[in-house]
Design a protein around this ligand. Structure first.
Ligand SMILES: [Zn+2]
Length: 289
């Protein structure tokens, strides 16, 4: 977070142009649209007891419960700002990430599923019929997929390294029941070139545009798919994220009045993360890359 704030504040052209939004804590209803109360209570209790681990990967502290609620709430505030026309798009600079959080299980650094909570909130509060979640984190967003697997009103699209943590995200996972055909997984082997990665991304967006032109796009913006990330083996560069961001903007302009809510997920190379996020935000803001 510090490295991202430094990169943003250090951009003397961009920083003053950004509209800063105040986060709030997600309400019980916001959480309940995606998570069972048992999970919410469990995380609350674990933090109160000052436990250290939810699972082997997922470290918590006494503050994690409140922080995770703020992270989800920030994504909700971003939806309000975008839907209210205050801004065209918004970026929720939050941790913990959310993409692995299942309805009843926290895992993989994630407690609550921020992007999913934002999507559901947008549907409930603003009556949106079709939300597209684009997940470019290096890991498959098993939690997000699970939450919307049987739901044709939220399209979940993920590119990710495969096979890899958490093990899901094969091509054959395409949704179930009414949701069949509204989940699209593009598994990429470790070391896939940025060019092939980008081609697959563009092809997928074209497919999705025909299947479900969205009213709102939520980006599960994980930057551990960048070259050099200690947890990832994919090879995207900052310029690739800028181009992908532009493609998403074009899609949003065509169908969703430009509405995009981008939510930070992974990204663990602290030498590069700040600049990568700055590039993404600068592209969203329509400024210099
Ligand atoms: Zn990740």
């Amino acid at each position: 977070m510090v490295c991202i704030m430094e990169a943003l504040e250090g951009d003397k052209e961009l920083w003053p142009r950004l509209h800063k939004l105040e986060p709030r804590s997600a309400s019980d209803e916001d959480l309940a649209r995606c998570h069972g109360t048992r999970l919410v209570d469990y995380i609350h209790e674990m933090c109160e007891r000052e436990e250290r681990f939810i699972d082997m990967d997922t470290v918590i502290s006494a503050q994690s419960y409140e922080v995770a609620r703020m992270a989800a709430g920030a994504a909700v505030v971003a939806v309000d700002a975008v839907m209210g026309g205050e801004v065209d798009n918004a970026f929720a600079l939050v941790r913990p990430p959310g993409l692995h959080a299942m309805p009843d299980r926290a895992m993989g650094f994630c407690l609550f599923n921020n992007a999913a909570i934002a999507a559901r909130y947008a549907q409930t509060h603003y009556g949106l019929e079709r939300v597209l979640i684009i997940d470019w984190d290096v890991h498959h967003g098993n939690g997000t997929q699970d939450i919307f697997y049987r739901d044709p009103s939220v399209y979940y699209f993920s590119t990710h390294q495969y096979p890899y943590y958490p093990g899901t995200g094969s091509k054959s996972e395409t949704g179930e029941g009414k949701g069949e055909g509204f989940t699209l997984n593009i598994p990429l082997s470790e070391g896939t070139s940025a060019a092939s990665h980008r081609e697959a991304f563009t092809r997928a967006l074209n497919l999705i545009e025909e299947k479900l032109p969205p009213d709102l796009i939520v980006i599960s913006a994980g930057f551990d798919s960048r070259r050099g990330d200690p947890l990832g083996g994919l090879l995207l560069e900052d310029a690739d994220f800028a181009e992908m961001t532009k493609e998403v903007i074009d899609l949003a302009d065509r169908h969703a009045s430009g509405r995009i809510v981008s939510v930070l997920e992974g990204g663990y190379n602290l030498q590069t993360l700040g600049e990568t996020v700055r590039t993404h935000i600068a592209t969203l803001a329509g400024g210099h890359g």
